[in-house]
Design a protein around this ligand. Structure first.
Ligand SMILES: NC(=O)c1ccc[n+]([C@@H]2O[C@H](COP(=O)([O-])OP(=O)(O)OC[C@H]3O[C@@H](n4cnc5c(N)ncnc54)[C@H](O)[C@@H]3O)[C@@H](O)[C@H]2O)c1
Length: 394
């Protein structure tokens, strides 16, 4: 009986929201690669969306993408996003930007300048300067700009935040976070994740941004002050790395221009420090759990073996009850099969913000700090010393 109650208490709550299907949001795609597949699948489930245009730098790719996904009547004859944004006959309301990292800032700024709402894939940008420029365009436009962090919508992540914000842990003063994959350099669809010209940052930004968001969001996104960072590329640069398709091994190792491992010590306003490490590849099963140390209690968040922004099991709180040191388990929330995925929630929350005149579900004001830390780690690693994090006025 007690177990049932437990399950009831933590079962997923999903409110049915009425969607006004009569008022359609006209959407265009910028970038029609791998992650665009998840965007289109999610958007096609929404009754109030009309996908009207799409573009990709690779000629013919956008057309094939919409054909493959069975969406007809989409205009795709554009050389790049600028041509698409200039086509006023489309009467676009919003764009979803699914381009590689180095092509986040430019298309986001130009879309906002064209008066469109923007859903921008993660990481926010590559550098802090780019993020600041995007935010200036956002401010000027008054449009919604949301960053594609779907783990935010995981009920377990919401639980982590609720526990921290409830004060149950007391003052949080130290956090260890991060994650890793034993062998997981992402090259299944080409090299855009591993080339400096397209990605700019590797594991650090790709999956590191999720680890940082999990804990920064839980503690209310304090401003980062300093970072001492390190990054390396031992696996990516190795022509014998097992993950490279055999025939192209040498070419991929040569093209590898980002990090496959990063670590850092980060100081935040309010006297909180974070110890962080992230790996696309390592000789280890996991980089370890995320642990939030507090004066009244600490919380262990088990890592998944292949870090992807979800949690790997029940949460444990270590605290004192009636003078005894005890552990309290908070059961992992397993979503019902019928529940919308975190990706669907990220898409829906963006559409709802547009329709209801709300604020961005994953706001740039927070993710700017995430970006500044990633950028700080890269700079600190290059300089071989701790760096201050300076963020210009928006
Ligand atoms: N949220 C997630 O779960 C998730 C998962 C995978 C990737 N991503 C992010 O999505 C982004 C794209 O990743 P991907 O795996 O789809 O890469 P990809 O290389 O498969 O696709 C990117 C596409 O964008 C096109 N492109 C680049 N600049 C363009 C421009 N200015 N105009 C039009 N097209 C342009 C490229 O030609 C390419 O086809 C990355 O930033 C990545 O971090 C997010």
């Amino acid at each position: 009986m007690a177990e049932d109650k437990n399950l009831d208490a933590f079962k997923e709550t999903h409110e049915e929201v009425k969607i006004d299907a009569g008022r359609k949001i006209r959407i265009g795609f910028i970038g029609c690669g791998w992650i665009a597949e998840s965007h289109i699948k999610s958007l096609l489930k929404q009754p109030d969306v009309e996908i009207v245009a799409g573009c990709d730098l690779i000629p013919g790719k956008a057309k094939k993408f919409f054909e493959k996904n069975g969406v007809e009547g989409v205009k795709t004859d554009y050389a790049d996003h600028k041509e698409m944004l200039a086509d006023k006959s489309l009467r676009l309301d919003a764009v979803t930007i699914c381009t590689y990292n180095r092509q986040h800032a430019g298309p986001a700024i130009e879309s906002l300048n064209a008066g469109l709402h923007v859903l921008l894939e993660k990481p926010f940008t590559v550098t802090t300067e780019e993020a600041v420029e995007v935010m200036r365009a956002e401010k000027k436009s008054g449009k919604i700009l949301s960053i594609g962090f779907q783990p935010r919508f995981d009920n377990n992540m919401i639980m982590v935040k609720d526990i921290v914000q409830s004060g149950e842990l007391g003052k949080v003063y130290y956090i260890q976070t991060g994650g890793g994959r034993r062998r997981g350099i992402p090259t299944p669809f080409g090299t855009t994740f591993i080339e400096n010209e397209t990605a700019g940052l590797g594991a650090l930004a790709d999956i590191g941004c999720y680890s940082l968001d999990m804990v920064l969001n839980a503690i209310g996104y304090p401003k980062p002050l300093t970072v001492s960072g390190y990054k390396s590329d031992f696996f990516g640069k190795d022509p014998n790395y097992c993950g490279y398709p055999k025939a192209k091994r040498a070419e991929y190792a040569e093209k590898f221009g980002v990090d496959d491992f990063a670590a850092a010590f980060i100081r935040l306003e309010g006297g909180v420090v974070i110890s962080f490490r992230i790996a696309w590849a390592m000789n280890l099963d996991t980089s370890g759990d995320t642990i939030i140390y507090g004066t009244k209690g600490s919380m262990r968040i088990p890592s998944t073996e292949c870090w992807n922004g979800s949690i790997g099991g029940d949460l444990t709180i270590y605290h004192e009850v009636a003078g005894k040191q005890v552990e309290t388990k908070i059961p992992q929330i397993i979503p019902k099969a019928s529940a919308p995925s975190n990706f669907d929630k990220k898409i829906r929350s963006f559409l709802d913000a547009i329709k209801n005149g709300g604020t961005a579900p994953v706001p740039t004001s927070q993710i700017l700090y995430n970006q500044a830390i990633l950028d700080g780690i890269a700079r600190s690693s290059d300089l071989g010393r701790e760096v201050e994090i300076e963020i210009p006025e928006i």
